[in-house]
Ligand binder design. Sequence first.
Ligand code: ATP
Ligand code: MG
Ligand code: MG
Ligand code: MG
Length: 481
Amino acid sequence: GEWSGDAIRRRFLDFYAAHGHKILPSSSLVPDDPTVFLTIAGMLQFKPIFLGKEPRRVPCATTSQKCIRTNDIENVGRTSRHQTFFEMLGNFSFGDYFKKEAITWAWELTTKEFGLPPERLWISVFQDDDEAFSIWHNEVGVPKERIKRLGEDDNFWTSGATGPCGPCSEIYYDFYPERGSSDADLGDDSRFIEFYNLVFMQYNKKDDGSLEPLKQKNIDTGMGLERMARILQKVPNNYEIDLIFPIIEKAASMALVSYTTADDAMKTNLKIIGDHMRAVVYLISDGVIPSNIGRGYVVRRLIRRVVRTGRLIGIRGDGHGNSEGAFLPSLAEVAISLSTEIDPDVESRRKSILGELQREELRFVQTLERGEKLLDELLDEALSNAGNNGGKPCLSGKDVFLLYDTYGFPVEITAEIAGERGVIVDMKGFDMEMENQRKQSQAAHNVVKLSVGNETEIVKNRTPFYAESGGQVGDNGFLYV
Ligand code: ATP
Ligand code: MG
Ligand code: MG
Ligand code: MG
């Protein structure tokens, strides 16, 4: 159709350029800021300007920013709207325009340029923000019943534990306007999708949590490119848009299945592969190499997840006739072919990206296969022990943990294979082992904090235990990647 992802990106940037914004390139996924782990939003490259530490070079700018959010790994394929890698389209004012222009331009862009029907659009504002409410209602003309006042969790945006922040206002698209407005809940993601967030950045959050007014009032916005594409391309989820789906189709063909006729579990697996392949290609392109610590561990974990998922759905061989070959490079080729307008540098790094993926995959497959052998032996043992003492055959928490920690062997795979041979696994024991390891490493290692809205994550520089089902959420609510 008319609205390819590339066309949406261009229209957004052109619209704001026509309103005096300078079009700037995306910054790297690795921020130039030691307090931030990975680039999670478009505003990061402008943080020093927002804080008044650097002079602005232009009054306002617009970008399409590559982002990675590891806090959404678990959501991939399970919600219809979260990727780990996505592009955030943004317009930024450095003490230039403020709420009124930000709101009226966002509306004009959404309804006139992208042509979304106004009656399908809902608005959220921060509970105390009467000014934003009034602009939406009185100037733009959105009926009161479609403007919701929400609390801090949803409508007060912070880029981290400290730093520039402020109340925000979001635009949601309604897939089912016929359901009416009486008990509509913007948090209901079967009906609504949030696609554009306007942050009225007017404070600096300090170490003690207090809010210090910034000298200038700024605007920071983010529109999820894939979310807009999904709305305009009329597909049921972000993964089926033109910038992601070709990777999924490639994976499906390599697994000899068809996405359209696949069941939900298969579809989820294919979505995970499509998403994670993009993430690893852009991360490696930006210089993040698989390793056991920090950012490198994010890449390693994403790669392992693709390898494991690919094997689970039956991908064998490299897609070019070598049954022992790595399959990630063939998928990466597709992701790279889609990269031209997202990041023109990726293509030129093709060779090193493919090489890195190939090495990492083959190394992991060896580990996996050693794990499979060990698991077989442990199952033999469990069965014969049970035969001797008349109990139910069971794999101990220690063994499950060993497979997981040393062999990168996902718990649910262990349970599945054990189940096939009539052996249960001691999940309680496993959880205890995990908890022990977590306690041991907690004090010893360096911690990077990052928060996205109300979600805070901590990434530890530590030897990995690799949580296949996603990070482990600790008692403190932090996500351990
Ligand atoms: P959600 O509530 O859906 O998780 P968010 O409130 O965390 O989104 P913001 O921090 O407001 O997202 O980011 C601005 C915009 O970036 C969102 O409105 C959305 O369009 C897009 N976005 C955020 N997270 C993702 C993601 N994981 N995948 C794709 N797009 C995203
Ligand atoms: Mg939100
Ligand atoms: Mg938001
Ligand atoms: Mg979120």
